[in-house]
Write a protein that binds this ligand. Structure first.
Ligand code: ACO
Length: 428
């Protein structure tokens, strides 16, 4: 083994491990032979030091605050491209040419309808069900409706399933919303953009015409771009782990949705807005900053801090600008936005947050925008799931096509009882 190796001294024996280099980013010590060589495992809860796969999709430099999709910086994609372009880029590896983009957009729009039987599925839910509960159920149920795209070994079926998931997610999400407010479902319109169609399915009613506001459509499209993919985060890893057993794509994406629901992940935008509303006015900010710093208080500043970014989340910058545009367009004077801006300034200058490198993340401003557009907080994570479906399916496809792919099976550090004999119940 050459210089590019790492040596481990363990159990009186020295073993060598190859060091792999990506195109950019930290070097990676290949420990696949570690157990065979030494009989030992590694311990890494939360996988903070473990690369679970090789990927060509997304690169994050958390210290610099950089996020690239297939090499393109997220701010350029958000400012200059469209969600359909980013979806194509993530799935196919390159930005589409004009006719490729038209053809891809047309293909996606031809899959926007749901099997009609699925609308009766919704009616089994309580009206006050959380829309994420509905999303988990309905997306999982897609595998019962689209049997012709569940053979994961057939690349064509994988592509059709990917298109279906991206196309149907806005319809499913809008229907979850309509169901919760007791309004009729609105069928998709394929002459509208991906995002415009989603806004119409969500906010139009049969009693009135609905015109998509281009400023809101643009803001929503940006929000979708900003959430499209984020490397091996918890929900994406969940999709990959579920998929590693050969499960069908609809089931895998349903697993991703379940993981995304948690407040430490996709649920954070809902939690961030709830927190901003609870703070309510600028004068109450110091009280909440003090609580966030108090080790005996479980309160955390939601929308602050990130497992990977130890710098300003590049998505948060675009989000802040978009929030300004949307509030101005809608003429909304939301005190919550003032609280957010002031809280950000105070936290960015407070030694506690500075030392721990806690910066606003993508969720800090997204809730303010979504609420101004008219979404209830329970829909926030649903919108995240809608956008992230693009990343999930791209990552899932990459995994299935990877010859190194194996069923995921982590090891453990066992600290439970050692072997002992069973004692009959009346002798215990
Ligand atoms: N408010 C106050 N203190 C915080 C916060 C916060 N938001 N985030 C982290 N800290 C503190 C922790 O208490 C810890 O302090 P200590 O070292 O004195 O024990 C230190 O900063 C490091 O925190 P960890 O939880 O170990 O950092 P980790 O990288 O594991 O966690 C996480 C990241 C879960 C996102 C965390 O910052 C958090 O809970 N933030 C609020 C929830 C949130 O906004 N999540 C959205 C993530 S983005 C997304 O999913 C799209």
């Amino acid at each position: 083994m050459g210089d590019n190796s790492a040596k481990l001294n363990f159990g009186g024996q020295e073993t060598d491990y190859k060091v792999l280099s990506g195109s950019v980013g930290p070097e990676v010590i290949d420990i696949r032979k570690l157990y065979a060589n030494t009989g030992a495992f590694t311990y890494d809860p939360g996988f903070t030091s473990t690369a679970s796969c090789e990927s060509k999709l997304t690169y994050i430099d958390g210290d610099q605050g950089i996020l690239l999709h297939r090499g393109y910086p997220i701010d350029q994609l958000a400012e200059q491209s469209s969600f359909m372009e980013v979806a194509y880029l993530l799935l196919r590896g390159e930005l589409p040419g004009k006719s490729e983009l038209e053809s891809f957009t047309r293909t996606i729009s031809r899959h926007t309808m749901l099997n009609e039987q699925l609308s009766t599925f919704y009616r089994g839910f309580r009206r006050d069900a959380h829309p994420m509960a509905i999303m988990c159920g309905v997306v999982g149920a897609l595998s019962a409706f689209y049997h012709d795209s569940t053979d994961i070994n057939d690349p064509y079926q994988r592509m059709v399933a990917s298109h279906r998931l991206i196309a149907k997610m806005p319809t499913i999400a809008a229907m979850a919303y309509k169901y919760s407010v007791g309004q009729p479902f609105v069928y998709p319109r394929n002459d509208l953009s991906y995002t415009g169609n989603f806004l119409r399915m969500t906010f139009s009613v049969p009693a009135e015409d609905y015109v998509v506001d281009p400023v809101i459509e643009d803001a929503m499209d940006k929000i979708f771009i900003l959430h499209a993919d984020h490397e091996q985060n918890a929900s994406t890893s969940t999709v990959r782990l579920a998929g590693s057993s050969g499960a069908n794509p609809f089931a895998c994406i349903a697993a991703g949705i379940a993981c995304l629901w948690g407040p430490a992940h996709g649920g954070a935008n809902e939690a961030a807005l709830n927190m901003l509303r609870e703070i309510g006015t600028v004068d109450r900010i110091p009280e909440y900053i003090a609580r966030a710093k108090n080790k005996d208080d479980p309160f955390r500043l939601m929308g602050f801090g990130h497992r990977v970014y130890k710098n300003y989340d590049p998505r948060a910058k675009v989000m802040q600008k978009t929030a300004n545009e949307v509030l101005e367009r809608l003429g909304v004077k939301d005190p919550v936005f003032d609280v957010a801006r002031e809280l950000e300034q105070i936290a960015l200058n407070d030694p506690y947050f500075v030392e721990k490198k806690l910066y606003p993340n993508v969720d800090f401003y997204s809730g303010v925008i979504l609420s101004a557009i008219g979404f209830p907080t329970t829909m926030f994570t649903v919108l995240f799931a809608l956008a992230r479906t693009v990343g999930w399916v791209a990552q899932w496809n990459e995994m299935i096509s990877d010859p190194e792919q194996k069923i995921g099976r982590p090891r453990q550090l066992y600290t439970g009882p050692t072997a002992r004999d069973y004692v009959d119940v009346d002798k215990r």
